[in-house]
Design a protein around this ligand. Sequence first.
Ligand code: SF4
Length: 368
Amino acid sequence: MSPRLILDFSFDEVVQELRELGQPNYRARQVWEWIWRHLAQDFFAMTNLPLPLREELGQRFLISTLEVLVRECDEEGTEKVLFALPDGASVEAVLIREEGRRTVCISTQVGCPVGCTFCATGQMGFVRNLSAGEIAAQVLHFARALRDVGEHVTHVVVMGMGEPFLNYEDTLKALLNLNDPRGFNLGARRITVSTIGVVPAMLRFAQEGRQFNLAVSLHAPDDRLRKKLVPLADRWPIKQIISAVDAYILATGRRVTFEYVLLGGVNDQLRHARALASLLRGRLVHVNLIPFNPAPGLPFQPPDAGQVELFRQELLAHGIDVTVRRSRGVKIQAGCGQLRSRVFQARNALPGLEVCEKNHSQDKQGFP
Ligand code: SF4
């Protein structure tokens, strides 16, 4: 049997695996801590385990299967990595450095079946789901890099390639493992899952009894326009999505974020802002406006800066809490799927590993 990815296992499953090797439960806890707390990359580093057990584990399991294919940084420290998987697939993850925060944005699928017309990933089509371990390994990669400069991952956002709620089981398992206090111990309130509004999964997520944050990528205030921008979302009308958001707020008490990509001349007019406000008024929600990040091959323009401000003001005037996301990583094309598209378009000229020269740990003041 070929070695399995140990990050694919829950704590209870690791206990079971170790039992089958005749090991007591405390050995499973030691292994778990080495992997999720000490971020070990090699079973031989697990020095409180007997050597024969380390050898046995090394034959049966892998700790990660991700390989860095390309790594790019910008001057603000936003760092994007394209990971290669053993089957030849590749996915992106991004580390965003902001004062007091180190946020990792991760992927849950190779490609994406949703097909958003403004998204580079959406144009690739769908290849496959990532396993729980492949999802969590993206976070652990950046956690190791940050540890080397005395920092740690403070937040995780599931907003990379793919629709997480179309890979529900593995996404949830990865998040529960990251949240587990025996290991990585990242608080549920520091983890955000973004969906295009897969209503059955949203209702299920509400019942998980966790405090994860939910974000809904709406991008249009009416079904007709939304269908053009988010084709698969046609299955779940906006009315149903809002009801599912209400259920999430009721079950968790958490504020829900609505993501809205502003596309110049398409969905950025005042009438769109008014329609959006009337959908959301009176709810425990927040709107995150995202001015479109231009990318080759995508038939949209960024919105005019003045129009973004008018849109924001209109929402505020209707009592809707709103922020505008700062454009980060434009130079390295940090928008979802853009690095992968660029690399594969230039496949013959693949630059190999690009190292970020700058030490971005200078802004540690105020770091938690
Ligand atoms: S924006 Fe998200 S949901 Fe839409 S195609 Fe891209 S990855 Fe998929």
